[in-house]
Write a protein that binds this ligand. Sequence first.
Ligand code: NAP
Length: 255
Amino acid sequence: MQNLETPYRVLILGGTTEASELARSLAGETKIAPVLSLAGRTKSPKPPPIPYRVGGFGGIEGLKAYLHDNHVEAMVDATHPFAAQMTDHAAAAAKATGVPLIRIDRPAWRPEAGDRWISVGTMAEAAKALGPEPRRVFLTIGRNELAAFRAAPQHHYLTRSVDPPDPETRPPNCTVIEAVGPFKLDDERALIADHGIEMLVTKNAGGTATAAKLTAAREAGIPVVMVERPPLPEIDTVPDAAAALSWLMERAQGT
Ligand code: NAP
């Protein structure tokens, strides 16, 4: 039975809406002492309402050392579905140390009637899937993987990311929008119309915060190049932050 006077020490691997939601639920919760870990990809992240740290651990060995040195009793992997390396490292460190691990696995988007999706496995395949004819392409893939589209310089690209992409990674014809989700359907419709967008490229992130672009693309009849998720290790999963909170509270109370 957990001693209720000693808070249960939890490491949350963050960077997603779900991680922020879990952090908000844990703020002021005396039975649990959480630390939120951020990769540091966003230049000025909004400070979370719980203790946090920023930056890599130094691979699996670094994460194992962190878990040991900080007496972590449970880990929640609430990283982005495309942050496969961090998830692999969490799974390996959990196995080696015995620290219980749960992953918040938000369901992937699925095509609906009227959708014109082209599913691909990598950004390089996404660039090829745009075809040889010049198109006006909306890239909603963040800023770190734009370089793949330099292989298809015939298109005009509209990119959207929280921070601006490095100039050397941008394809030649590129308009940059800096914006933080969630995004509204009316705004997505207007963006597609105003920029004459003919194709959309996105990662299959799932969730509601950035799903409006898919509806707007369906309405406009434009194809969506969908980069599907990388394979992840076998880990117990929960679908949302509320379920992760229940999992933690059960462990903290020793039930
Ligand atoms: P990754 O490839 O899985 O991770 C690379 C390394 O970054 C990890 O090995 C780890 O370094 C560090 N790292 C990642 N997440 C961390 C966290 N929460 N706390 C501490 N260190 C962390 O992930 P990525 O490079 O961040 O992104 C890969 C894909 O996910 C990209 O497609 C990206 O756009 C997407 N994505 C990521 C985030 C995010 O917040 N990470 C958010 C949105 C989208 P060490 O090995 O040194 O521990």
